[in-house]
Design a protein around this ligand. Structure first.
Ligand code: CP
Length: 309
């Protein structure tokens, strides 16, 4: 790997992104075994530093660490000495003083994982930083697409929803375009970043046209916790205009692969009978998340083979 840390896919080249995906497929095989554990990271210690809520990412990283036999510690900001006034820097340096090898961090502030690298020598893995990036989600989404279609090059991917506040959208856009997919963004104009086309994507505000064009769509929820004001008139209007409903898919009459990073708001951006349909690969994404996080931990923390003299 060219990079020591995984802060965002923007820093990673296409070859290294593809290496993670290919390595994830080898770890998927381990996850199918009766005993799902290998000694790859025995003796390594990883701290999961979560300053924001998570279900999938946190459990997925924990499982990945356990499957690789790493020692892992969970840290929750809500029950730490940060409550007593300790700074982010002091917290990080005190944790590292206990001799750890890696830190997986989720934080509401964009750039917090980069900031952390200034204080610690440990490998830092970004588990989502505010509206910036969610690189392991981008990697697991690409792994799921490669599993479904056999390749990423040339695929047509629609990303539908709140693009402005979505770190998942950003990591997907960056990763997919680096690997040669075509990406079209769709959602309310108030939730579309200005000049986003500069990232090499197309914008189309007509959901039906995007569904007709795409091989797969990644559906995002409205990130209300990251919005200071309301960007949409009502949930009902959002569902009518942008929601992926059974009625809309039936009207289009085309098979399309449905993705969602979770957590889902059923009945808003996606209907239950779409989320639970045979065309949805949402739970495959979750399974691939464990394999991708095993791949990242192995590639960034595993002992490198010694070079011959
Ligand atoms: N996709 C995702 O990041 O989910 P969590 O917030 O539950 O980790």
């Amino acid at each position: 790997m060219k990079n020591k840390h995984l802060l965002g896919l923007v820093d990673w080249n296409a070859e290294d992104i593809q290496t993670v995906i290919d390595t994830a497929f080898t770890f998927r095989e381990i996850l199918e075994r009766p005993i799902k554990k290998v000694p790859t990271l025995q003796g390594k210690t990883v701290v999961n530093l979560f300053f924001e809520d998570s279900t999938r990412t946190r459990i997925s990283f924990e499982l990945a660490q356990k499957r690789l036999s790493a020692d892992m510690i969970n840290f929750s900001a809500g029950i730490s000495s940060i409550k007593k006034g300790e700074t982010f820097k002091d917290t990080a340096q005190n944790i590292e003083a206990m001799k750890i090898d890696g830190i997986v961090m989720r934080h509401p502030t964009p750039g917090a994982p980069l900031h952390l690298t200034k204080f610690v020598d440990a490998v830092v893995i970004n588990a989502g930083d505010g509206t910036h990036e969610h690189p392991t989600q981008g990697l697991l989404d690409m792994t799921s697409l490669q599993e479904k279609f056999g390749k990423i090059q040339g695929l047509k991917i629609g990303i539908i929803g709140d693009i402005t506040h979505s770190r998942v959208a950003k990591s997907n856009i960056i990763g997919l375009t680096k690997l040669g997919a075509e990406v079209t963004l769709c959602g309310p104009p108030t939730l579309m970043p200005v000049n986003v086309e500069k990232l090499g994507v197309t914008v189309n505000y007509n959901v039906d046209e995007v569904l007709l064009w795409a091989n797969a769509v990644n559906i995002l929820r409205i990130q209300r916790e990251r919005q200071g004001v309301s960007y949409i008139p009502s949930i009902r209007e959002y569902r009518a205009n942008w929601g992926i409903t059974r009625e809309r898919l039936d009207r289009i009459g085309k098979e399309i692969t449905i993705m969602h990073p979770g957590p889902m708001n059923r009945g808003v951006e996606i209907d239950s009978d779409v989320a639970d349909s045979n065309n949805a690969i949402i739970l495959n994404q979750v399974l691939n998340g464990v394999a991708v996080r095993m791949a990242i931990l192995y590639l960034l923390l595993g002992d490198k083979p010694k070079e011959e003299d």
